[in-house]
Design a protein around this ligand. Structure first.
Ligand code: ZN
Length: 395
C-alpha cells in the first residue's frame, strides 16, 4: 500500500476532526434535550409561592421523586438510610421513623407500628430509591399537619395548613350564603358560542350546579339565580340575591374574542375608579354616568375591599389549575352594579380559543374549577371568620 501523501493525510485528519466535532455537538444536543424533557414537580405554598421545583422521573406513566425531595420540600433535617441488599429505605422525620421497601406499597410508621398503603410502591431508578408522588401528596403532609392538593396535568402540588379553610359548620353564628349567578339562559340569550356548538349558558349552568352541591357538602348555603335554561333579567338575578340575603355574589360567564390567541381566566370587579379595558367608540373615553347610575355604583363600591379579597382568593385557587396566570380586572361593571354585597364576575375562558375550548368541554376540568371555587369560598370565609383550628395554630 502506497503511503499517504501529506496533503491527503491532512485532509483525512480534518475530516476526522470535523466528524468528531459533529458527533460531540450531536451528543450534547441529545443530552440537553433529555434534561429539558425530564419532568419536574413544583411544590407551592398557600399563596402560590414556589417552595421547591423537584426533578422527577416518569416510569409507566407514574411520577417518582428522589428521596432528597423530602428534604427540599418538607424537612431539611430529614435523615435517610438505604439498605441496598435488602432494598429497605428508612426515613427519620421529627420523632418518627418511616419504613419503606422497594416494590412494596405498605409503609410502616414507628413508634406505634402503624401502616399506610401507597397506590404505587417505591421503585429503583438508576440504582437510587425513588418515591411515588402519592408519598408526597397523601402521606407526608400528615406528618407536618398539612394537606396537599395535586394537579397532575401541571405537575403542581400545593401544601396548605390542615383544616385552615374548613368552614366552622358547628358554629351557628357563621352561616354563609353565597349567590351563584350562571350568566345568560333561554332561547334568545345564549351568550358566547364555540365553533363546536358549545354554549356559554350551558357551561356556566353545569358549573353552577356542581358548585352548589360541593358547597352544600362543605356547609355553605348556595342559591342559584337560575336552575334551568331560562331567561332571567338582571333585576330578577339581583332579586334572588336580596331575597336570600346573600353575603357574596358570583356571576359566571365565558369569554370570546376575535383573536383566537386570547385565552385564560379573568376575574372582573366593579370599580367606578377602575379603567375601561375596552375603549368605547368615543376614542377610549368612558361614557358620562347619569346621576342614578352613579349612586348605584357607589353603593356597590362599599363592598369593593371585600370583593377584592374574594377576587384574590379566587385568583390564588384558580391559578393552581392553569398555566396562563389568572387576571383580575377592575372596571365600572354594570352587571354587578346593583348587587349590594361583595360581588365578582368570573370569565372561565375563551370559547374562541382552541386550548380554552378543549378545557371547557372537559367535564373533569369543570369539576376541578368547581372545587377550586369552593376552596376560594373557604379561603375568603376563613379570612373573615377564622376557624378555631386556625386560631389554635396561630397561637
Ligand atoms: Zn356572558
Amino acid at each position: 500500500m502506497k503511503p499517504l501523501s501529506l496533503p491527503n493525510r491532512t485532509a483525512r485528519n480534518i475530516r476526522k476532526t470535523v466528524c468528531a466535532l459533529f458527533f460531540s455537538v450531536l451528543a450534547w444536543i441529545i443530552a440537553l434535550n433529555c434534561i429539558a424533557q425530564e419532568p419536574s414537580v413544583r411544590f407551592i405554598d398557600v399563596n402560590g409561592a414556589t417552595i421547591a421545583e423537584v426533578t422527577a422521573q416518569l416510569q409507566a406513566e407514574q411520577i417518582y421523586l428522589p428521596v432528597d425531595a423530602v428534604r427540599q420540600v418538607f424537612d431539611p433535617d430529614m435523615a435517610d438510610q438505604y439498605n441496598h441488599p435488602r432494598k429497605r429505605l428508612t426515613l427519620k422525620i421529627q420523632d418518627k421513623q418511616i419504613r419503606l421497601q422497594i416494590g412494596n406499597p405498605i409503609v410502616g410508621i414507628d413508634p406505634g407500628g402503624m401502616t399506610r398503603n401507597l397506590p404505587t410502591p417505591p421503585i429503583i431508578i438508576a440504582q437510587q430509591p425513588m418515591l411515588p408522588i402519592a408519598f408526597f401528596t397523601q402521606l407526608l403532609p400528615d406528618f407536618y399537619n398539612l394537606e396537599a392538593l395535586y394537579n397532575p396535568n401541571l405537575k403542581r402540588v400545593q401544601l396548605r395548613p390542615k383544616g385552615t379553610w374548613t368552614p366552622t359548620r358547628t358554629d351557628n353564628s357563621v352561616n354563609w350564603t353565597i349567590i351563584i349567578d350562571p350568566g345568560h339562559g333561554g332561547a334568545d340569550d345564549r351568550g358566547c358560542e364555540s365553533s363546536t356548538g358549545l354554549l356559554e349558558k350551558d357551561i356556566v349552568l353545569a358549573l353552577a350546579k356542581q358548585l352548589s352541591s360541593i358547597s352544600k357538602a362543605q356547609g355553605i348555603q348556595v342559591y342559584l339565580t337560575r336552575q334551568t335554561d331560562t331567561k332571567k333579567t338582571h333585576f330578577e338575578r339581583i332579586q334572588v340575591a336580596k331575597r336570600n340575603q346573600g353575603q357574596l355574589f358570583l356571576s359566571l360567564h365565558c369569554n370570546a374574542s376575535f383573536s383566537p390567541h386570547e385565552k385564560g381566566i379573568k376575574i372582573y370587579l366593579n370599580n367606578l375608579k377602575g379603567y375601561f379595558r375596552f375603549p368605547s367608540s368615543r376614542g377610549g373615553v368612558a361614557p358620562p354616568l347619569q346621576t342614578g347610575q352613579r349612586l348605584k355604583i357607589l353603593a356597590q363600591a362599599d363592598f369593593l375591599k371585600q370583593s377584592q379579597d374574594f377576587a384574590h382568593a379566587l385568583q390564588t385557587e384558580l391559578n393552581f389549575l392553569t398555566e396562563t396566570p389568572v387576571e383580575i380586572i377592575e372596571l365600572p361593571l354594570v352587571a354587578l352594579s346593583e348587587t349590594y354585597m361583595p360581588a365578582v364576575l368570573l370569565e372561565l375562558g375563551y370559547l374562541s380559543n382552541v386550548e380554552d375550548l378543549e378545557k371547557l368541554s372537559n367535564v373533569e376540568y369543570i369539576t376541578g374549577v368547581a372545587e377550586a371555587i369552593v376552596r376560594a369560598f373557604q379561603r375568603y370565609i376563613s379570612s373573615i371568620s377564622p376557624s378555631p383550628t386556625a386560631l389554635e395554630q396561630a397561637q
